[in-house]
Design a protein around this ligand. Structure first.
Ligand code: ATP
Ligand code: MG
Length: 298
C-alpha cells in the first residue's frame, strides 16, 4: 500500500481512537472538527482513493476466508450512520458485506437474552459485517428509558444499580471472545452536535424528498439529549479496549465523517496482513493441466 497514504490513515485513525478509555470525555471531541482538511472537494478525492483501497483489502479478506470483520455504528438520530455506511462501503463487492439494522426489539427478540439477536447476525469468515445500531443500545436507549427493562421481562432481582456495569463487563467479554475467534471488532460513535441535529431535523421537515426521514419520536428523544450524551460517554469509557476500540468521529460535516471512518476501516484491515492464498506446487500443476486441456479444445 502507498506509504504516504498509510501514514495519513494511521494519523487520522489514531486521532479519533479512544485509547485511554478511563480518561475519555466526550466534550474533548469537537463534533465540527475536520482535522487538517478543509475542502469538501479534497475530501471527495481522498474518499474515492480510500474506497479503492478498501475494495482491494476486502478482496483479499474474502479470498483468504479466515478473518471476519465486525463494524458497529452508534449515534444520535440524524448523525449520518446510513450515509456513512453507504459511502464508505460503496466500492465493496456486495457479496462480501452484510449490513444489519437493529430497531426496537420484537417480541421474539425480547424473549431471549439481549445478545441473542445480534449473535445470529455475526459476519461469516471472509466477510465484513456492519451493525447499524447494536447490542450497545442496551446501555443507551435502555439506560435512558429504564422501563425497557420491564418489557424485556428481566427478573426483578437482576435489576440493580450494578446492571450497567454488568452489561459493560459482559459486552467486553463477548468482544474478547469474538477477537479470540478471528472476528476483528471496530466501533464507531458518530458524534454530532445538538445544533447540527436541529438543522438536519429542520431540513427533513422543509425538503419534500427528506420528509420521509423525519420522525416525531426522534424529535422527542432529543429532549433526553444530555442523558444520552452521559450514557454514550460512560459506555465508551467502559468498553473501549485494545482489541475492540471505539472511534469517536466528528459528525457535523458528513464529508469528514466518511473520511475518518474509511481510514479506520482501512487501518483495521491492513493490520490483518491479508494476502491472497498462496498457490502450492500441486495447485500449480493442476492449473497448468487445466490450461492445456482448455487450449486443446475449441
Ligand atoms: P433512521 O435513520 O432510519 O431513523 P434508526 O437507526 O434511527 O435509523 P429507527 O427506525 O428510528 O432507525 O429505529 C431505531 C430505534 O430503535 C431507535 O430509537 C433505537 O433506540 C431503538 N432501539 C434499538 N435497539 C433497541 C433496544 N435494544 N431496545 C430498545 N430500543 C431499541
Ligand atoms: Mg431513527
Amino acid at each position: 500500500m502507498d506509504k504516504d497514504a498509510l501514514k495519513f490513515i494511521r494519523k487520522i485513525t489514531a486521532r479519533y481512537r479512544v485509547d485511554q478509555a478511563k480518561k475519555f470525555r466526550l466534550k474533548d471531541v469537537d463534533p465540527a472538527d475536520t482535522w487538517k482538511l478543509d475542502s469538501k472537494e479534497d475530501a471527495e478525492r481522498l474518499l474515492a482513493q480510500g474506497v479503492g483501497m478498501l475494495n482491494d483489502l476486502q478482496e483479499k479478506l474474502y479470498a483468504q476466508d479466515k478473518w471476519a470483520v465486525l463494524l458497529i455504528f452508534q449515534a444520535m438520530d440524524a448523525a449520518g450512520k446510513d450515509g456513512t455506511i453507504k459511502h464508505v462501503m460503496s466500492g465493496i463487492n456486495p457479496q462480501g458485506c452484510q449490513v444489519y439494522s437493529f430497531k426496537a426489539p420484537s417480541s421474539e427478540e425480547l424473549n431471549h437474552d439481549y445478545l441473542w439477536r445480534t449473535s445470529r447476525c455475526m459476519p461469516e469468515r471472509g466477510r465484513i459485517g456492519i451493525f447499524n445500531r447494536s447490542y450497545y443500545e442496551e446501555t443507551l436507549v435502555v439506560r435512558v428509558h429504564p422501563d425497557f427493562l420491564q418489557s424485556a421481562r428481566l427478573p426483578g432481582e437482576l435489576i440493580t444499580k450494578d446492571i450497567w456495569k454488568h452489561r459493560f463487563e459482559d459486552i467486553n467479554g463477548f468482544e474478547r471472545y469474538l477477537t479470540h475467534n478471528g472476528v476483528l471488532v471496530r466501533k464507531f460513535f458518530l458524534h454530532v452536535s445538538k445544533g447540527e441535529q436541529k438543522r438536519r431535523f429542520l431540513s427533513r421537515l422543509e425538503e419534500p424528498r427528506k420528509n420521509w426521514k423525519f420522525s416525531l419520536a426522534d424529535a422527542r428523544e432529543r429532549e433526553h439529549w444530555d442523558e444520552y450524551q452521559d450514557a454514550y460517554e460512560d459506555m465508551i469509557r467502559h468498553t473501549s479496549t485494545k482489541h475492540s476500540p471505539w472511534f469517536v468521529v466528528p459528525a457535523d460535516n458528513k464529508w469528514f465523517t466518511r473520511i475518518a471512518v474509511a481510514a479506520a476501516v482501512i487501518e483495521a484491515l491492513d493490520s490483518l496482513k491479508l494476502a491472497f492464498p498462496k498457490v502450492d506446487e500441486a495447485k500449480k500443476k493442476e492449473l497448468s493441466a487445466a490450461r492445456e486441456a482448455l487450449e486443446k479444445k475449441h
